[in-house]
Design a protein around this ligand. Structure first.
Ligand code: NAD
Length: 269
């Protein structure tokens, strides 16, 4: 895709699922990838191996660089260190992908406040801290920059029993739009994707259980869950020069889940 080759990209939470697929996709596009992980260097190493294999095949030193960077995105000091490590190693930062995210289940009237706070701290506050540090470097580099937030269909669809998650993704829409407007003059584009149900470890409760999986998929107009690679393709597009005139938007990549599927049948007239 146009404009990604040689770019320096930081992907948070890149040791699994959608983040891993994004890191691999950017490497395939010829970008240098910084792979953030919170606690498991082994999983992040797997992402790195796959990314370099996809980018280079058997060619040694094919030009795509990779870097593993530990940080808990909810910790300001970690994020400051992470961004400066990326700039030290790669020379600059061009693209930030705010992908790290968690969810904690519980009825809204029973959830522990620490659990609510933790989800917000990772999904929303963490994304903001990463964006803040990236924007500082974009401005000092003077070359613009790109941020893509990995939001969710729950940016607009309420998610009962996951109020923290829903609120965090609703906030992410505003974060995307506010930063897009504030920094458009600096040639910084800020967009999001809103994945629907996607086959990744966050959905372990249903992906290996055929009945539960069928139930989930029956609600999706295109009739199936999405793949991480399909999410990564949309992210690559939004980060590329093909999307040079797009900012402040969320692109839902959801098989039609945000189309009010229950209204498929005529119901009122
Ligand atoms: P996942 O659990 O595989 O990925 C989440 C990643 O975030 C993991 O690698 C995890 O280690 C990392 N992470 C968690 N807390 C962190 C922290 N404090 N600091 C740094 N990294 C941290 O699940 P996934 O489905 O790939 O989720 C990726 C993103 O996609 C999340 O933001 C999630 O909300 C979003 N999303 C997923 C789906 C889906 O159906 N899978 C749907 C909509 C949105």
């Amino acid at each position: 895709m146009k404009g990604l080759k040689g770019k320096n990209v930081l992907v948070t939470g890149a040791s699994s699922g959608i983040g891993q697929a994004i890191a691999i996709r950017f490497a395939q596009e010829g970008a240098n990838v910084a792979i953030n992980y919170r606690s498991s260097p082994a999983e992040a190493e797997e992402t790195e191996e796959l990314a370099i294999k996809e980018a280079c095949g058997n060619i040694e030193n094919c030009g795509v660089k990779s870097l593993l960077v530990q940080a808990d995105v909810s910790q300001e000091a970690d994020v400051v260190r992470m961004v400066s490590e990326v700039i030290d190693q790669f020379g600059s930062l061009d693209i930030l992908i705010n992908n790290a995210g968690i969810q904690i289940a519980g009825a809204a009237h029973e959830i522990k406040i620490e659990d609510f706070d933790r989800v917000l701290a990772v999904n929303l506050r963490g994304a903001y801290i990463c964006a803040r540090e990236a924007i500082k470097s974009f401005i000092s580099q003077g070359s613009g920059g790109i941020i893509i937030n990995i939001s969710s269909v729950h940016e607009i669809i309420p998610k009962p029993d996951y109020v923290g998650y829903s609120v965090s993704k609703g906030g992410m829409e505003n974060l995307t739009r506010s930063l897009a407007l504030e920094y458009a003059r600096e040639n910084i584009r800020v967009n999001a994707i809103g994945p629907g149900a996607t086959i990744t470890p966050i959905n372990q409760t249903w992906i290996d259980e055929p009945e539960k999986k069928a139930q989930v998929e029956s609600k999706i107009p295109l009739g199936r869950a999405g793949t991480s690679e399909e999410m990564a393709a949309a992210v690559a597009f939004l980060a590329s020069d093909e999307a040079a005139y797009i900012t402040g938007q969320t692109l839902f990549v959801d098989g039609g889940l945000t189309l009010y599927p229950a209204f498929r049948e005529n119901w009122s007239s």
